[in-house]
Design a protein around this ligand. Structure first.
Ligand SMILES: [Zn+2]
Length: 114
């Protein structure tokens, strides 16, 4: 089995916009964000990370802790794989990779902040 293209933990907190792949929706506040460029080559997760760091401190903390033991692959590699995949696969991968359910990424943060 090949490596899922959305291997970055940041996708626990964001979902790629179904209508426009250059955009991603924040699962926490539903804000639409750009992924950094108009074409797939310039896509990246840095804008998403910055958003998380700026607006959702609990989620950002969770994200950074999840990446410490799991170094994420280079974005370039992920992007080149993603281009060859169909849109319909995205939801499949996101769902599969999200251990606690993509609809409620906040429940860990809430529990932690108590
Ligand atoms: Zn947000």
């Amino acid at each position: 089995m090949s490596t899922p293209k959305l291997s970055s933990k940041i996708w626990n907190f964001f979902t790629i916009n179904a209508e426009d792949e250059s955009k991603a929706n924040c699962d926490v506040c539903n804000k639409r964000l750009t992924r950094g460029g108009r074409n797939a080559r310039s896509y990246g997760t840095s804008a998403l990370i910055i958003h998380l760091r700026s607006f959702h401190h609990s989620e950002y903390d969770e994200y950074t802790r999840s990446t410490e033991s799991h170094k994420r692959k280079r974005d370039d590699e992920e992007d080149s794989k993603r281009k060859h995949s169909k849109q319909g696969n995205l939801d499949y991968f996101i769902e599969k990779m999200t251990p606690f359910g993509q609809n409620d990424p906040r429940k860990h943060a809430i529990t932690k902040s108590i």
